[in-house]
Design a protein around this ligand. Structure first.
Ligand SMILES: [Zn+2]
Length: 162
């Protein structure tokens, strides 16, 4: 298969029909993620701050943070704190939850434009997502998920209740 065929194949739409199904093999996948070079990011989440990195050599800003610049290869990067507000670009409520999230009520995953980057997080305190609109302003925060012993990034609508 050459590149052109692969590209054409990637555009095909797979139609899922409501027929018989079988269960996949249960998956457990866990490994240690090295965070030595991105510790500030993880510490920041604990304080409700969200950090990105900026390459001092070429100026590129990265979120999630990168300890080495994928663009110019420099390892001379600095931490910058992202603004506390952003604009909603897309969102969806997750009913078919991934492993580890089965116990959660259906939650809303969203992506917001925050400064020069896009940030993914949970849109919280929304009862009815039908009144949420792309372009709505959101306030960023973080929330501790006890089950996972982790902080997640949260968005809350800035100017309205839904
Ligand atoms: Zn760079």
């Amino acid at each position: 298969m050459d590149m052109a065929e692969r590209k054409a194949g990637a555009k095909k739409t797979v139609k899922i029909e409501g027929g018989p199904t079988i269960d996949s093999v249960p998956i457990t996948y866990r490994h240690k993620i090295p965070i030595g070079k991105t510790l500030k990011y993880w510490d920041g989440l604990r304080e409700g701050r969200i950090y990105a990195t900026r390459c001092k050599s070429c100026g590129a800003v990265y979120y999630p943070p990168q300890s080495d610049c994928p663009y110019c290869g420099s390892s001379d990067v600095e931490w910058i704190e992202l603004p506390r507000e952003g604009v909603l670009e897309t969102f969806t409520r997750v009913y078919s939850k991934p492993q580890g999230y089965e116990d959660f009520e259906p939650y809303i995953i969203a992506i917001a434009r925050v400064g020069d980057v896009r940030v993914m997080g949970w849109l919280i305190n929304v009862k009815d997502e039908r009144c949420v609109k792309v372009g709505d302003e959101v306030v960023l925060g973080t929330t501790y998920i006890e089950k996972h012993n982790k902080y997640i990034i949260t968005f809350q609508l800035k100017n309205k209740q839904c």
